[in-house]
Design a protein around this ligand. Structure first.
Ligand code: PLP
Length: 451
C-alpha cells in the first residue's frame, strides 16, 4: 500500500506562544512537561508533525488506537459529513440510523453469537458498563448474590471507580483504596525468570489460572459474578498470556458459572492480526470491552460486546415497555462517533487491515528481538503488532532511564510509549517494513545515549 507523505498542519503555533497552565494534563508529570513541552500538531498515515514541522514516526498508534493510520480520508469525510448533517441526537428512547449501522458493522466482526453492542465513550466506561451488565445478568437469572468481580494484579481497566478497583496497578489505586468492596484479584502472569525473551506467547505459567479456584474456595462461586482480564495487557508493559492460561481461565469460569470478560480495549480490531484477541487465542469470553480502534479514535467511542444469551437474559427480565437496563451515557452512540465507526470498519474490511497486521507481524517480531543485545535491555516480548522492551531500572530511580530514552526518541523523530522501565510499541497496523527498521534503529540509538 502506498502511503501519502506526512503533511504540515496549519496549526503551527509554538509552545512558547501558548499558556500551558490551564490544561491539567492526564497521566502526565505536569510540571516537568510544561518546562519542556512535546507538542503534536498534525498527523497523516504513519506520522505526526510537530508545530515546527518535524515529522515523527508513530510507534504507538497514538495510544494504541489509530490502527488504520492517521487522518484517513474515508473516516475524515464521514465525520465531516455527519458534523454538517446532524451534530447530535439522543439515544435514550430515541435513535438515529447511524448508531444502528455502527452496531451492525461491529457485529459483523465479533465472534458468533456475540453480536449485541452497548456503546460508551471510552474504555473506562466500557469496563464499568460490563461490570454492571454482569451484575444485572446474574440478578435477572435469580442469583443476585453474585456481585464479586475478579481482576488481576497489574491489570489496567481504565480509571473510573469500577475499573480502578478491579484493576491491579498499585500507583493508580493508592489514592483511591478499597472504595469498592466487590473486587478481588488474581496474581499477575508475568514471570520474567522463566519467560524472558519469549517470542510470542510465553511457555510457562498456565497454572496461574488455577488461582481462580483458590478465590472460588475463598468467596464461594455463588458470590462471584465475573472475571475480567486483558488477554494481552498493554498499559502495564505488555504482559502476554502464558500458553494455555486463557483456556484454563475459561474452563474454571464455565465450571462455576462465572462470566469471563476480556478487556479488549487495546487488542480489539486487529492488533494481533485477528479482529479480537478472542479470535487469536480461540477462547470465547462472555463479554468484550472495546474502545480506541473501534473507530480509529477519530471521535471518542467505546463499546461492550455482549453474548446474546446475556443480553437476552437482562432484556427479558423486565416486562415489555419497561427500561431493561438502567444505564447509558448522553453520548452513547454519538452520531459523529457512529459515522466514524461505520467508515472505519469499512476501511478495515476494504484494506484487509487485520490480515495485513498478521502478515507483517513476523518481521516486526524479528526486528524487536534484534534489540535483545541493545544497551540496558533485560527482556523483549511480542505478539501481533505489540512489543514490550524492558530495561534494567536505574538504581534508586525506577522509570527514569526509559523516560529519558523516550524523550530522546521524540527528539530523534519517533514516538514510543513507556510505562515504568518498559517500552510498549503498538504502531498503526499499516506500518511498512521500512518504518519498523527505522523504529527499531532509533530505539537502539536512543538507548545508547542514556546512562
Ligand atoms: N482497558 C484497557 C485494557 C486499556 O488499555 C485502557 C486504556 O488504555 C482502558 C481500559 C481505558 O480506556 P480509556 O482510556 O479510553 O478510558
Amino acid at each position: 500500500m502506498k502511503l501519502e507523505n506526512p503533511t504540515t498542519h496549519p496549526y503551527s503555533v509554538s509552545a512558547d506562544a501558548l499558556a500551558l497552565e490551564h490544561f491539567w494534563m492526564p497521566f502526565t508529570a505536569n510540571r516537568q512537561f510544561k518546562q519542556a513541552p512535546r507538542l503534536l500538531a498534525g498527523a497523516k498515515d504513519m506520522h505526526y508533525t510537530t508545530p515546527e514541522g518535524r515529522s515523527i514516526l508513530d510507534g504507538t498508534a497514538g495510544l494504541w488506537c489509530v490502527n488504520a493510520g492517521h487522518c484517513r480520508a474515508p473516516i475524515v469525510e464521514a465525520v465531516q459529513r455527519q458534523a454538517a448533517t446532524m451534530d447530535f441526537a439522543p439515544t435514550f428512547q430515541m435513535g438515529h440510523p447511524l448508531v444502528f449501522e455502527a452496531a451492525t458493522a461491529v457485529a459483523q466482526v465479533t465472534p458468533e453469537g456475540m453480536d449485541r453492542v452497548f456503546f460508551t465513550n471510552s474504555g473506562s466506561e466500557s469496563v464499568d458498563t460490563a461490570m454492571k451488565i454482569a451484575l444485572a445478568y446474574h440478578r435477572a437469572r435469580g442469583e443476585p448474590s453474585r456481585r464479586l468481580i475478579i481482576g488481576r494484579e497489574r491489570g489496567y481497566h481504565g480509571v473510573n471507580f469500577g475499573g480502578t478497583a478491579v484493576g491491579g496497578i498499585p500507583g493508580n489505586r493508592k489514592t483511591f483504596p478499597q472504595l469498592m468492596a466487590i473486587v478481588d484479584h488474581l496474581r499477575s502472569t508475568h514471570d520474567p525468570a522463566r519467560n524472558a525473551f519469549s517470542r510470542g506467547m510465553p511457555a510457562h505459567g498456565a497454572e496461574f489460572a488455577d488461582e481462580l479456584e483458590r478465590l472460588v474456595t475463598l468467596h464461594d462461586a455463588s458470590n462471584i459474578a465475573a472475571v475480567i482480564v486483558e488477554p494481552v495487557a498493554g498499559s502495564t508493559g505488555v504482559l502476554l498470556p502464558p500458553q494455555g492460561y486463557l483456556e484454563r481461565l475459561r474452563e474454571i469460569c464455565t465450571k462455576h458459572g462465572i462470566l469471563l470478560i476480556f478487556d479488549e480495549v487495546i487488542t480489539g480490531f486487529g492488533r494481533l492480526g485477528t479482529p479480537f484477541a478472542a479470535d487469536f487465542f480461540k477462547v470465547r469470553p462472555d463479554m468484550m470491552t472495546v474502545a480506541k480502534a473501534i473507530n480509529n479514535a477519530a471521535i471518542p467511542m467505546g463499546a461492550v460486546i455482549v453474548d446474546n444469551r446475556i443480553h437476552d437474559a437482562v432484556i427479558e427480565a423486565t416486562p415489555v415497555g419497561g427500561i431493561e437496563f438502567m444505564h447509558g451515557y448522553t453520548y452513547s452512540g454519538h452520531p459523529m462517533a457512529a459515522a466514524a465507526v461505520v467508515a472505519t470498519q469499512k476501511l478495515y474490511r476494504d484494506e484487509q487491515t487485520f490480515a495485513r497486521a498478521a502478515a507483517i507481524a513476523p518481521y516486526f517480531e524479528d526486528a524487536v528481538h534484534s534489540l535483545r543485545d541493545a544497551r540496558h535491555v533485560i527482556d523483549v516480548r511480542n505478539l501481533g503488532l505489540v512489543a514490550g522492551i524492558e530495561l534494567e531500572a536505574r538504581a534508586g530511580a525506577p522509570g527514569k532511564r526509559a523516560y529519558e530514552a523516550f524523550v530522546k526518541c521524540f527528539e530523534m523523530g519517533v514516538l514510543v510509549r513507556t510505562t515504568g522501565d518498559i517500552f510498549a510499541l503498538s504502531p498503526p497496523l499499516i506500518i511498512e517494513k521500512s518504518h519498523i527498521d527505522q523504529l527499531v534503529s532509533m530505539l537502539r540509538d536512543a538507548l545508547n545515549t542514556v546512562e
